[in-house]
Design a protein around this ligand. Structure first.
Ligand SMILES: NC(=O)c1ccc[n+]([C@@H]2O[C@H](COP(=O)([O-])OP(=O)(O)OC[C@H]3O[C@@H](n4cnc5c(N)ncnc54)[C@H](O)[C@@H]3O)[C@@H](O)[C@H]2O)c1
Length: 432
């Protein structure tokens, strides 16, 4: 595979996506003639736009008329931006808007072929909704959750018909981002999965089937990237230096800007849920910067302050003295010495853990093929297409060099090096 150029490799990686264990590529999925989306917030409205653009009648559900009205407003805005970008004509928007209807009543979902839940990230609410869906949805309906990290099997169990349930993890903004993680629960049927792959096609997304674990595949790999970005900050690299290193590498934006776009609050919820699942080692550096920004109300672009300050447009990052002050205070408390950090170190500190985590999720069966990693990173996080993806890059580097580099960082961190950097026992599988 090292002899393929990135373009050839990409074509190969895309073909691999349909090779899902237990699924016959010839097996037909179920037809999708009507969709329902529960939750008219940020994700629910974006997801609705995806189906409207595909010409599929979609019912939007929420708890209040106000929430539904706000959802319809977001939908109109997103469709309007499609006109600006030349994706739709004003007449098409009018036509497409006739396909959306709203309801407060679950009984109206009885004819939906696909129901996607996108309500608050709380297990109790999601369980209650899936219990209700188990009662009202028609027998052939596919039931999906857009959870970013809750246990899909637990949600599926609440429905009483787990074979019909899976995760459809859209990325934000849902009507723009090209990736769809299809989360296979332990009881999800082959037919349901096949239908989900069909859903990715009709919504113009790249669908990747992944297993159910904290963060699923993409966000789980992203966690090590976010961790190291924060550590580099505490060691003295500014947000702008970290981001610049990654944009010079070819990403459209670096991790600090991306974190501000996604929301510092979102990262804090992830950290909390990882903590309760005992997935964070007893390392005082871990997530400390995010927690401090959160405590200061610096939630990212939405509050015009996060890893950066933001001016009037709310989008252009401006280096923040306040962030430097917070960072220096934390570093001093933790006894971390400030030093010059090279661009090369920033890139390798961010990407090597991704490669190591990729080997672990491959071994655990969370992904089906090493090349899935590259598709997830290209379509989910903007990894430069011309560089093929993290696994492609690892192959170019060679197994020995990847292992040596991981070991060098392991030695450099006496206390936590073994946890963060020890080469995965299955690293070699990425090179097969
Ligand atoms: N925001 C992101 O970047 C992102 C990315 C991927 C996945 N997700 C996931 O998508 C889901 C929704 O996130 P969001 O950012 O759109 O949240 P949001 O707060 O913008 O919207 C949630 C909506 O759900 C509605 N709701 C709450 N309880 C309900 C109920 N019982 N019945 C009907 N509607 C109900 C709320 O009124 C609100 O309109 C979460 O599970 C989240 O983890 C979010």
């Amino acid at each position: 595979m090292t002899d393929m150029n990135p373009k050839q490799y990409h074509a190969y990686a895309m073909r691999q996506l349909s090779q899902v264990p237990g699924i016959d590529p010839e097996m037909p999925g179920r037809d999708i003639k009507q969709v329902a989306v529960i939750g008219a917030g940020l994700m629910g409205s974006g997801i609705t736009v995806c189906f409207l653009r595909a010409g599929i009648p979609t019912i939007l559900v929420d708890q209040t008329e106000e929430a539904l009205a706000a959802g319809l407003k977001s939908i109109a805005k997103a469709l309007g931006s499609g006109v600006k970008r030349g994706m739709l004509t004003p007449d098409q928007v009018k036509g497409v808007q006739l396909l959306v209807s709203t309801t407060l009543c679950y009984d109206d979902l009885k004819d939906a072929d696909l129901i996607i839940e996108a309500v608050f990230e709380r297990m109790d609410i999601k369980e209650a909704i899936f219990k209700r869906l188990g009662e009202v949805a028609k027998e052939s309906a596919l039931l999906a959750t857009n959870t970013s990290g809750l246990d899909v099997d637990q949600i599926a169990a609440a429905s009483g018909r787990p074979a019909d349930v899976l995760g459809l993890h859209f990325f934000s903004p849902a009507h723009v981002m090209p990736l769809l993680e299809i989360v296979r629960g332990k009881e999800t049927s082959a037919e349901a999965l096949k239908t989900a792959l069909y859903v990715s096609t009709i919504t113009n997304k790249t669908g990747v089937v992944v297993g159910n674990c904290q963060g699923f595949a993409a966000n789980r790999m992203l966690e090590s990237y976010a961790r190291e970005s924060e550590f580099l900050g505490l060691e003295g690299a500014s947000a702008a230096e970290i981001d610049q290193a990654m944009t010079n590498y070819g990403f459209p934006m670096g991790p600090c800007t991306m974190g501000d776009m996604a929301g510092v609050d979102v990262r804090n919820y992830v950290l909390d849920s990882m903590k309760s699942a005992r997935l964070i080692p007893d390392d005082p550096r871990y997530g400390t910067m995010s927690k401090a920004l959160f405590a200061e109300g610096r939630l990212g672009q939405k509050t015009r302050a996060g890893n950066y300050d933001y001016g009037e447009d709310g989008r252009t990052p401006i280096p923040s003295e306040k962030v430097v002050e917070i960072r220096d205070r934390i570093a001093a408390e933790l006894g971390i010495q400030k030093r010059e950090i090279s661009e090369e170190e920033i890139v390798s500190r961010l990407l090597l853990p991704v490669i190591n985590e990729a080997a672990k999720i491959l071994e655990e069966g969370i992904i089906n093929s090493p090349s899935d990693v590259d598709i997830l990173w290209i379509y989910g996080y903007g990894f430069p297409f011309a560089k093929g993806g993290p696994v492609y890059q690892a192959r170019q580097m060679g197994l020995d060099k990847v292992r040596d580099n991981l070991n060098a960082y392991k030695e450099a961190d006496e206390e936590f090096g073994e946890i963060y950097w020890a080469p995965s026992a299955s690293l070699g599988r990425l090179f097969e």
